[in-house]
Design a protein around this ligand. Structure first.
Ligand SMILES: [Zn+2]
Ligand SMILES: [Zn+2]
Length: 391
């Protein structure tokens, strides 16, 4: 980008004041405005319509250029951004009246991108993979030049451009702007005769496109793969891009704690835990990793995570760095095979306790009766003495 482009357009130096900018714009606008007396004079001198059209277009272009330069330089924020090197194309002229005039408004240069969602497994993230995808795309029909009809002629009104200049009255000022040609609906051609047999008059056909996609290790949810111009073709525009968006499928056993760390719940029989032997954990890659048992007299297994270092997922773009696999032990009670014997032992044990309990209960009961009887006796004795006294 020419850093001084806008200043040059208005014939100014980089340190121009706002007054200088305004004055320069006013002078140039009077000179190049399509309705300016000078332009009208010039047009009268020209004989053919082609020559007049060419001059009109040139004036419109010049006027649009100076308007765009003024639009940016007269606005302090836009001017600062421009001076600091922000791309011209990033200025939005949408709100400006000049934006819609003389074709200054931004037009798409290519068709809309085609977005395809693809699903990969955690194992794909671990190892990377190559997959083939069938992506149907719309392509222009060559049989009819994407017109849809074999016989067509150029629209005389817009001379095939699909655009006509429209004069609009805005606050007493006659302004010209581009508008879709109504005669040909902006297509630039007038169609005749039967529709094209190849595309049934649609101008486009569906093509079955097979795309081979190399998915690297460590790919993340939402990663995009771009195939420039791999999308649909639109008449008058370049083909759109094809974009694949990655969706990582949830695994039934392994869960992503973060992008690279995995988490798993391991159900281990209590008996195995009590032996304190190292635990064997199956990793995502299918390996068996040995993990030392923690001191279960001090550690709450339900809360504490064990860690298998380096058995997580590879980091995106740095695949030799891998996350960890975190394991939470869920103790499982597994009854022994001779459950019946265990059952009877348990019953016996419980009965013994119950019997003892019953004996104890009887003992307590008797003591209570005996104690109460004693008290009663004592009470009756004292009562009789009372009676004796009253008598
Ligand atoms: Zn037309
Ligand atoms: Zn066709």
């Amino acid at each position: 980008m020419d850093r001084l482009g806008y200043y040059k357009t208005l014939g100014l130096k980089e340190n121009a004041t706002q007054d200088e900018i305004k004055s320069a714009y006013r002078k140039l606008a009077q000179k190049y405005h399509p309705d300016a007396p000078g332009v009208t004079e010039e047009l009268k001198k020209l004989k053919t319509n082609e020559e007049k059209d060419a001059l009109n277009k040139e004036m419109q272009k010049k006027f649009a250029e100076i308007s765009a330069a003024y639009e940016v330089l007269s606005d302090q924020k836009k001017r600062e951004a421009y001076d600091s090197g922000v791309d011209e194309g990033s200025f939005d002229f949408g709100d400006s009246i000049f934006g819609s005039f003389f074709g200054r408004s931004k037009r798409p240069q290519k068709a809309e991108p085609k977005v395809e969602n693809i699903t990969v497994t955690l194992l794909d993230v671990l190892n990377g993979t190559t997959k083939k995808y069938k992506v149907p795309r719309k392509i222009l029909c060559k049989g009819c030049d994407s017109v849809g009809y074999k016989n067509s002629s150029t629209c005389k009104k817009c001379k095939g451009t699909g655009v006509c200049i429209e004069v609009v009255n805005m606050g007493g000022m006659h302004l010209q702007r581009e508008a879709h040609c109504k005669t040909c609906s902006g297509r630039g051609i007038i169609v005749q005769g039967p529709p094209c047999s190849e595309c049934s008059g649609k101008g486009r056909k569906i093509e079955e496109n097979t795309v081979e996609l190399e998915i690297p290790k460590g790919v993340c949810e939402g990663t995009q793969f771009l195939f420039p111009n791999g999308g649909d073709e639109e008449p008058g525009l370049g083909a759109g891009d094809l974009i694949f968006v990655v969706n990582v499928k949830k695994d039934t056993r392994f869960h992503q704690l973060t992008q690279e760390h995995l988490y798993v719940e391991e159900h281990v029989p209590i008996k195995a835990l009590l032996t304190l032997a190292p635990l064997k954990i199956k990793t995502l890659g299918g390996k068996e990793a040995e993990v030392k048992m923690p001191d279960i007299s001090k550690v709450d297994l339900g809360e504490e995570f064990l860690c298998v270092f380096g058995e997580g997922l590879p980091r995106q773009k740095r695949e030799n760095i891998r996350g960890n696999l975190f394991v939470r032990i869920v103790p499982v009670f597994c009854a022994p095979k001779d459950l019946k014997q265990l059952g009877s032992e348990l019953v016996e044990h419980v009965e013994k306790r119950e019997n003892r309990g019953a004996l104890e209960a009887k003992f307590v009961h008797r003591r209570t009766i005996r104690d109460t009887a004693g008290e009663e006796r004592e009470e009756s004795r004292s009562g009789s003495s009372k009676e004796c006294r009253t008598m």
